[in-house]
Design a protein around this ligand. Structure first.
Ligand code: NAD
Ligand code: THR
Length: 373
């Protein structure tokens, strides 16, 4: 019995090693790189073999947005600076450029993506490029190209090169006919934004590639993310970041959502921690490939009350943006993330008071430094 237990533990350790993207085969001998673009209907993907001490070689697409730079910092601490490559179509700031490898990559250029993956021996792909909810509604053709066509490129590259692939989804993948309080992992998903539609598409395509081709696809539905040292890229939850900057700069804030609009939110450190944890989770713990994650849920009114504990004279007025309000009214109010907690031990660190204190500590010290210079 002991021998069998040890043997099965050894096999599962091989399957759990960070670089191993294999679920379908117990003995991943070598990579057979077959792309769904190139091949037969019954193709099966196999993993590259890795020694257990190997670190993954990570490529982050869309890395200059709100989340990518922070994720690169976290992953570089864990896997080494040169094992994590940031990429985007924009020009990086000096501090980002000099903090580790950066490369130009347009996800709509399949050949260029493939070249980057091959030349850098990438094993993990974190796909952050996207147009968010509000900017997506302002430019539907571009959102469709980046969020859907771009995703197809990413899926094919990941399958062809046996990568472990992370694609974030969002609370925006639900719509007005979904249960909103709370919203479980599995329920009706009929979003009314191109952003939401593209994210449901990503969830379904990723899961399909997983079951059809053995792609190691992993996906978390993020709530609205709040960060101090990076700006949001044009979403419906952006107000919850701007409020801190305005409280410090002017003591006044104009909110573009109604005071009682409740949405799930999360501090960036929790979001990045969850992303690393799900990427490192042993495959056999994942009973699903797409999980809700949650930390807190609040309205603008509740956030303002918490902000006023730090800036008592803080004033807010409401000037509702009908596009953003309609989007927010169709999204979850509370997120049910019990499956993530049960399967791979997800646990958030920041609640609302902790988040607000952390934001003010960070932004306050930044503005003191700016005043001193
Ligand atoms: N920030 C949030 O609150 C939040 C919540 C849920 C899900 N997400 C998801 O997390 C991911 C990262 O979010 P973010 O807030 O950092 O987004 P962001 O909008 O701040 O950044 C997206 C990046 O994608 C890049 N990009 C656009 N077109 C591209 C192309 N053709 N090729 C390569 N890059 C391109 C942009 O230059 C930008 O830097 C997105 O997929 C988003 O949907 C974010
Ligand atoms: C929620 C999330 O996907 C993004 N922050 C948006 O509002 O569009």
């Amino acid at each position: 019995m002991t021998v069998i237990r040890n043997l099965s533990r050894a096999i599962s350790q091989v399957l759990q090693s960070p670089g191993c993207g294999c679920q379908t085969s117990i003995v991943p001998v070598r990579c057979i790189g077959v792309s769904p673009r190139q091949v037969t209907s019954d193709a099966n993907f196999h993993s590259v073999s890795f020694s257990e001490t190997d670190h993954p070689r990570v490529l982050i697409t869309g890395g200059l947005g709100q989340l990518g730079v922070g994720l690169a910092k976290l992953l570089r601490k864990r896997f080494g600076k040169n094992n994590v490559i940031l990429s985007d179509i924009r020009k990086p700031a000096d501090n980002v450029f000099y903090s580790g490898p950066f490369i130009y990559s347009d996800i709509l250029d399949y050949k260029n993506l493939r070249e980057i993956v091959v030349n850098n021996r990438i094993t993990w792909l974190i796909h952050y490029s996207a147009l968010l909810s509000a900017v997506g509604e302002a430019n539907v053709p571009l959102a469709r190209a980046v969020n859907i066509t771009g995703l197809h490129n990413i899926l094919d590259i990941a399958a062809e090169h046996s990568l472990r692939l992370f694609v974030p989804s969002t609370i925006g993948a639900f719509g007005p006919t979904s249960p909103r309080n709370p919203t479980p992992d599995l329920c009706i998903q009929r979003p009314r934004t191109i952003y939401g539609v593209s994210k449901v598409h990503a969830e379904l395509m990723g899961e399909y590639y997983h079951y059809r081709y053995g792609l190691d696809f992993r996906c978390l539905r993020y709530p609205g993310i709040i960060s101090a040292d990076s700006q949001p890229g044009g979403g419906t939850t952006d107000y919850a970041v701007q409020v801190f900057h305005d409280a410090i700069k002017t003591g006044k804030f104009q909110c573009n959502l109604k005071p009682d609009t409740r949405l799930p939110m999360m501090y960036i450190d929790d979001c990045l921690k969850a992303t690393l944890e799900v990427m490192e989770a042993p495959a056999e713990l994942l009973t699903m490939r797409t999980y809700n994650i949650n930390a807190m849920s609040f309205t603008p009114e509740e956030l303002v009350q918490e902000v006023q504990k730090h800036v008592p004279e803080f004033e807010v007025t409401y000037n509702v943006d009908p596009v953003r309000q309609a989007i927010a009214d169709s999204w979850p109010m509370n997120f049910d993330d019990n499956n993530a907690r049960k399967d791979w031990g997800w646990k958030h660190d920041y609640d609302l008071p902790e988040l607000v204190t952390t934001m003010f500590n960070f932004l306050g010290s930044e503005s003191r430094i700016a005043q001193a210079n």
